[in-house]
Design a protein around this ligand. Sequence first.
Ligand code: FES
Length: 282
Amino acid sequence: MYRIEEHQEKATAIHLFKVAAPEIARKARPGQFIIIQLDEKGERIPLTLAEWDAGRGTITFIFMEVGATTCRLARLQAGDYVQHVVGPLGLPAHIENFGTVVCAAGGVGVAPIMPIARALKRAGNFIISILGARTQELLFWEQELRQTSDEFIVTTDNGSYGRKALITEPLKEILSSRKIDRVIAIGPIPMMKFCSLTTRPFGVNTIVSLNPLMLDGTGMCGCCRVSIAGSTKFACVDGPDFDGHQVDWDLMAYRAKFYTAEENTANEKHSCQLPFNKKGLP
Ligand code: FES
């Protein structure tokens, strides 16, 4: 059992959990993820690590309420327990001094991008960050990402805060105006897809973090398979980071919707009122 040490609601329906998991905290690296199971029969949900503290033995993850399990998780408080936390899983992000790196974070994608941006900054890179969300209410960790960045842009789809734009607009402007050595894009599937399409004509290496459905998280079940440059890869052991220009985004989007009917049934049975349906994701 894993004790929840802290629970903060960071933005509308977006929750930060700090959980005691000393073994995971000791080994975690930027880009890695965990799988959580609330109870013995519960769904397994993969969540990328946002922070960890080896000294205190805690890990931090952030999630949005989008289904019955995340809704149940969001009702837990400090002092409660979750049954299983497995990790750290996946390959760590590739960190080196690339030169100038754009970190593009969409919605809750700011959580997994933070440790990567910090590590890239420590490695000597010049960091340009773009943080985007649908509305101001869904933005969080603006100051944290701003402090890690040499240049910082914030956008909202509806213009309620920062620049009224999709992330791809400032991204294209930056790519058009100077030499960029690498782009890291983390967020919802459409955001990562269109960031990759934006960078492709400029020939800039673009890394995305894929978060498909997962079961074991160790390369055994094949549930997390994705198509990269025409080859099947398992996001849990070959990723989660992949070259965004090589991802079959249509297959990725199709597989993400595979259990929509079952998820809707589970949501209807659940007593929580989901704040957003899947279409409402930032
Ligand atoms: Fe089973 Fe990746 S989650 S192979």
